[in-house]
Write a protein that binds this ligand. Structure first.
Ligand SMILES: *Cc1c(COP(=O)(O)O)cnc(C)c1O
Length: 366
């Protein structure tokens, strides 16, 4: 036995590493990043603020000022505490760690965000995926049946969903919250809230088993890595115990405090991207063989069928993806992620200029 075989878990050895393609020289439309950078004035202000931070000190682990600012700007109801993460990816890992009682299960619709299943696996929990309907709406009947059968400790609902962009019906989500009852928690992952403009955050008091999770990543600050979640105090107290005490670094803390004073900048950018999303959806729908799914996020999911011969659409999504790559455009090929996503590509909505460049390249690729 090699050293690796002796000490590394077999299920970890069997995994392939999370692959992030090298995007240098590409128009990058694969990761839902906000295309806008800071204005020179704001960059200057931030630089001055960051220069004043004492990097020799650990963060103050209560993060009181940061939590107060986040709660104020993002409408967390009074009396609800926040737990902070190094991105919501870390929050997902923390919840899994805290809930990993032997035999406990995690449930989520599929196709969905890959970290739910990954994180469950890392924590040694069984993951149960429930297929969406072919139009990517929630199969509520199947969800309720799976909840009754598996009694999941954690149920994830991304609102709106990644990679489909679907905003599930709020009544279906309430039905799921009620079905889970006091046997588990339901995490409403609102990573795309700035583009959906609707939220379960104001309803926290209604559902003691609901956790609302957010991130500043899709709003335009993916690089600083900050996620937050809120829910009933007794739950947050326990999740906070498995949080590494200094998980949010002083630069992230200071940058967030400084930039949230200018929250309107990011709100305007989100509004522009919502407008671009509608325009791009209309333009894409006009192309032969392109089906666009409704999206409440800052990306669009499209399905490609060979416009010359529908019968010959097998692998057509891969072909178009490759032709886009040849033109230095990087989107996400999700065609092999799940059977419902055959021939589908996910495209981040960007500026009018970048969207036009993508559209032109797509026309050349069909
Ligand atoms: C991007 C994304 C996240 C991850 O956010 P980070 O804060 O950058 O870790 C979480 N959930 C969903 C559904 C996402 O698409």
């Amino acid at each position: 036995m090699s050293l690796v075989e002796k000490i590394i878990r077999a299920d970890v050895r069997a995994l392939s590493a999370y692959h992030v393609p090298d995007a240098s020289g590409f128009l990058k439309l694969d990761a839902m990043e906000n295309p806008y950078t800071l204005t020179p004035e704001l960059a200057q202000k931030l630089a001055q603020h960051l220069a004043s931070i004492e990097l020799n000190r650990y963060p103050v682990p209560s993060y009181t000022a940061l939590k107060t600012s986040l709660a104020k700007h993002f409408d967390v109801p009074a009396g609800f505490d926040l737990v902070l993460g190094n991105g919501s990816d870390e929050l997902i890992a923390m919840v899994s760690t805290a809930c990993a009682i032997p035999g406990a299960k995690v449930l989520a619709p599929l196709p969905g965000f890959v970290m739910y299943a990954m994180s469950a696996k890392f924590a040694g929990m069984e993951f149960v995926g429930v297929p969406l309907k072919p139009d990517f709406t929630l199969d509520t009947g199947a969800m309720l049946a799976a909840i009754a059968e598996h009694k999941p400790a954690i149920t994830y609902l991304a609102y709106p969903n990644n990679p489909t962009g679907t905003l599930y019906d709020a009544n279906d989500i309430v039905a799921i919250l009620q079905a889970v009852g006091d046997t588990g928690i339901v995490i409403i992952d609102e990573a795309y809230q700035p583009f959906a403009q609707t939220s379960f955050m104001p309803r926290l008091a209604e559902f003691p088993n609901m956790v609302v999770m957010r991130t500043v990543s899709k709003l335009g600050l993916a690089g600083i890595r900050l996620g937050y979640m809120s829910g009933a105090k007794n739950l947050m107290n326990e999740f906070d115990k498995v949080r590494p005490p200094y998980n949010v670094n002083v630069l992230t803390e200071a940058a967030t405090l400084c930039l949230l004073e200018h929250a309107e900048v990011f709100e305007q950018q989100a509004a522009q991207l919502r407008e671009q999303r509608s325009q791009l959806a209309i333009q894409l729908s006009a192309l032969p063989g392109v089906e666009v799914f409704p999206s409440s996020a800052n990306f669009l999911l499209i399905r490609l069928t060979n416009p010359l011969d529908f019968e010959k659409s097998d692998g057509y999504g891969d072909q178009v993806f490759t032709k886009l790559l040849e033109q230095k455009i990087l989107v996400k090929n999700v065609g092999k992620m799940h059977y419902l996503l055959k021939n589908c590509l996910r495209i981040t909505v960007s500026t009018a200029k970048e969207n036009a460049a993508f559209l032109e390249a797509l026309k050349q690729s069909l």
